[in-house]
Write a protein that binds this ligand. Sequence first.
Ligand SMILES: Nc1nc2c(c(=O)[nH]1)N[C@H]1C(S)=C(S)[C@@H](COP(=O)(O)O)O[C@H]1N2
Ligand SMILES: [Mo]
Length: 214
Amino acid sequence: MRTNSDERAGAERKTDKAGRLPPGQSLTKRFPVLHYGPVPAFDAQTWDLKVFGEVEQDARWSWDEFCRLPRTRVKMDIHCVTTWSKLDTEWEGVGICALVESGLVRPKPGATVVLQHCEFGYTTNIPLETALGENFLLATHFDGEPLAPEHGHPLRAVCGAIPGRDDLDDVYLWKGGKWLRGLEFLEEDRSGFWELAGYHNRGGVWDEERFSER
Ligand SMILES: Nc1nc2c(c(=O)[nH]1)N[C@H]1C(S)=C(S)[C@@H](COP(=O)(O)O)O[C@H]1N2
Ligand SMILES: [Mo]
């Protein structure tokens, strides 16, 4: 049952969203670097991205092949769980939605979650619905330039909030894996690296889903 206070909380969330700064966040103009472990080297000859799990057919793209996939640009606000937010960041890359619409990736009907696999074993999970949103991108470029090594070169996932798009699911930036190498489609949810370390499984920015209660 929705109570009056639920409704008030919902309305407050919407107002905050219009203001673009989620609760508990503060703005930065810088672009902090945050990750666990070293920055991997990139070799265009051996790099690949694999799609597997609950899909009708596995896929594997070399770097050259990945660069020829349908591309898009998106401007969004990114929110890190450590409380910094950066507005109007510009990304270019490949949307999972476009891969699905073009039939290059065909999730099985039972697929509900996408687990990102990154270099050195970093993983993070998101609902398939979130992954199909316009605010979730497999990005090769930030601010018109190829990604810097420390920000995920050559490929990272990035998730943010597009102002005015209340229909999308906005999650903290840890849900965007840097140095992405695989997308595993799952029927049943599986936690990733930070989720296992105590971060919230969903990570919604407007509800401050920062840490799990366990
Ligand atoms: N491969 C990998 N990706 C990762 C992480 C990591 O430790 N390894 N950390 C996440 C976290 S906690 C954050 S806040 C963002 C930071 O992205 P940035 O360094 O480009 O700001 O990357 C995310 N992606
Ligand atoms: Mo983070």
